[in-house]
Design a protein around this ligand. Structure first.
Ligand code: SOE
Length: 399
């Protein structure tokens, strides 16, 4: 009889929050080392949250060894290496700052914080901590979708030629029902903004990452389509059914965010983020049109990338649907045989695999807090522009 070789040194995780993102992250921490060769083996040590009963149930389900209702306990535990922040945006600043000061590696959900000021301080703290070998990353998990990572590769290789236009949409419909109940995602104090920061942040990050260019100015409009919602109700997934016989509360964020962005090179991009797009469940779409071709992606078909080669002879031109499940595609070789697709959860597993590799190898993972701060600047500029009648607004901190 033979026994498997000893596991790599442990990397102990303390997580704050256990909602949708807590579930996605803990799944990733549990599985990453089973599919990727990692220098360290993640261990789910302590889960922190406010409500003891649901916290205990979540810890059991997700596989954490222990729980605490004080997130500060995670920082005081010398055995915890990483603080994973899966809470609403209004708590990111305090937890991340304390974690970095305590010398813990930090994974912080997106958007980085609820304001540029907080993001700037978090970034400064992350840069300082980096000098001590402390790593930090912001959870723009969609970067780890094989098709999107492949799109970036193609664009960098020049497959689309010079970029002419960028088009990005993030369409969901879980707020289409005017009687879906209030949630923290509709409260500006907690979430910072609405569709703009929740899902618009993803397409801003992706458009900048895939094109390799920053957005330097924006002109935008924000709209709250349903101004009040039932205060209570039955939350199912993200939306659900509100109690229409009771009190209604004000929605203090946008339901729809539309903006035009100008990239550093002068290229124009159009952006749409909405949770009101009836029928669109998680249609996160990015299209890059260049002088020599184009790439187009839709998360509702996440295992495919459409590639257009304008140099193909006329009559045979058209988008080619490439199944990005092959060993040649980013991350795919670690999973299933040819053609067997991946899902939403794998993007998080890839994020953890990359983060653990960076921690183990002593390198800096991306998206860094600097990159997340740039996204935050775009979000803030869109809000300023919208408040100012869609005026063109710079994302440059000096302007
Ligand atoms: C809700 O719109 C949400 O859960 C976002 O908060 C996530 O970032 C996105 O991945 C899925 O949709």
């Amino acid at each position: 009889m033979t026994t498997p070789s000893a596991p790599a040194r442990p990397l102990r995780i303390g997580m704050v929050g256990y909602g949708f993102m807590g579930a996605a992250h803990s799944h990733a921490w549990r599985t990453a080392h089973r599919f990727f060769d990692l220098p360290l083996t993640p261990e789910l040590r302590t889960l922190a949250g406010r409500t003891e009963s649901s916290l205990l149930a979540a810890a059991e389900r997700y596989g954490f060894a222990q729980t605490t209702t004080r997130w500060q306990d995670l920082l005081e535990d010398p055995e915890i290496d990483v603080i994973d922040i899966c809470t609403p945006g209004d708590t990111h600043f305090e937890i991340a700052m304390a974690a970095l000061a305590a010398g813990k590696h930090v994974l912080c959900e997106k958007p980085l914080a609820n304001s540029v000021e907080e993001s700037e301080q978090m970034t400064a703290a992350a840069i300082e901590a980096r000098a001590q070998g402390v790593r930090s990353i912001c959870g723009f998990s969609y970067r780890r979708t094989p098709a999107l990572a492949y799109a970036r590769q193609l664009v960098a290789e020049g497959a689309v030629g010079e970029i002419r236009q960028i088009r990005a949409q993030y369409l969901q419909d879980w707020l289409s029902d005017a009687d879906a109940p209030m949630t923290w995602r509709l409260d500006k104090e907690k979430a910072g903004s609405g569709a703009l920061g929740d899902i618009g942040a993803h397409i801003i990050d992706l458009a900048q990452w895939i094109s390799g260019q920053r957005i330097s100015s924006v002109s935008g409009t924000l709209e709250t389509v349903v101004p009040t919602r039932p205060a209570a109700g039955d939350l199912q997934g993200l939306g659900g059914k509100g109690d229409t016989s009771g009190e209604r509360q004000d929605v203090t964020v946008d339901d729809v965010a539309l903006f035009t962005g100008r990239f550093e090179s002068g290229v124009l991009g159009s952006f749409e983020a909405t949770r009101m797009a009836q029928g669109r469940k998680n249609a996160m779409r990015v299209e890059i049109n260049g002088s020599a071709g184009a790439v187009a992606f839709d998360f509702e078909r996440m295992n495919e990338l459409e590639i257009y080669d304008a140099t193909t002879p006329a009559g045979r031109q058209g988008f080619t649907r490439v199944l990005t499940t092959e060993p040649e595609h980013p991350y795919a070789a670690n999973w299933w045989p040819t053609g067997h697709g991946l899902g939403y959860e794998h993007t998080f597993t890839h994020q953890i695999a990359d983060l653990v590799t960076a921690i183990g190898e002593g390198t800096d993972p991306s998206p860094s807090f600097e990159e997340a701060l740039q996204v935050q600047r775009v979000l803030a500029a869109v809000e300023t522009s919208a408040a100012d009648g869609s005026s063109w607004t710079s994302t440059d901190p000096q302007s």
